[in-house]
Design a protein around this ligand. Structure first.
Ligand SMILES: *Cc1c(COP(=O)(O)O)cnc(C)c1O
Length: 216
């Protein structure tokens, strides 16, 4: 695996408006430093404690994104440093993030994870649930959170039409609320489907194995 070469090739492919979260879960610090030394600064992890220990050990100009499902009792470990939480799927989780952000005197950026996949193993909110949350008075009281966009994961399948349809349904929701709620970010696409995601309007992709190789 030539990590810096993979990264360079991938970045060449991405349109200017699409940002890259390099997903480093399970990968050792040496591998991540290779991407860092090639100039990349935005990394994604899916476990809070793994992200926290990498944050401790690595240069402090890295932006750490939490891309996985978050348990409320883990929020406190990342509240001092996390730069974007991608998979927020409940008001209870937002309340906890708001509380821990306030303790750290920060405003934490979040995305709402919307369920778009047909498979029901994926986390996320229904579209109507998300709209209700954004319009709720509870949400409006949170001063230490900013919801800057939406995130979704498509079904894991070779059926490109289905994957495109799922991405497009999230893009449609995103377009209908981004101005009203001041949300610039639409996070969709991973190693296997980022091209389809970009075609369907993604402006943030989360790519791991295509840069760092398969996970063990
Ligand atoms: C692991 C993971 C990714 C990256 O997956 P790859 O297939 O390795 O690119 C993206 N998003 C989430 C939420 C993940 O957990």
């Amino acid at each position: 695996m030539n990590i810096s070469e993979n990264l360079k090739e991938l970045k060449k492919e991405l349109p200017d408006n699409v940002s890259l979260v390099a997903v480093t879960k399970t990968k050792p610090i040496g591998d991540i430093m290779e991407a860092y030394n090639a100039g990349h600064r935005v990394f994604g992890e899916n476990k809070v404690q793994e992200m926290e220990s990498k944050w401790q050990e690595m240069p402090k100009d890295i932006e750490w994104h939490m891309i996985g499902h978050v348990q409320r009792n883990k929020v406190k470990y990342m509240a001092p440093f996390v730069s974007l939480i991608h998979a927020v799927d409940s008001l209870r989780l937002l309340r906890e993030i708001n509380k821990e952000a306030r303790k750290n005197d920060r405003v934490i950026n979040c995305l709402l994870q919307i369920k778009i996949a047909e498979e029901d193993s994926k986390f996320g909110m229904d579209k109507t649930e998300a709209l209700q949350l954004l319009d709720s008075n509870d949400f409006k009281k949170f001063e230490n959170i900013k919801i800057i966009g939406l995130m979704g994961m498509a079904t894991f399948t070779d059926d490109e039409k289905q994957v495109s349809n799922e991405f497009r349904s999230l893009k449609t929701l995103f377009d209908s609320i981004k101005e009203k709620h001041n949300m610039p970010v639409l996070s969709m696409g991973m190693s296997g489907d980022y091209k389809l995601a970009i075609k369907n309007g993604s402006n943030m992709v989360r790519v791991g194995s295509a840069i760092f190789g398969e996970r063990g």
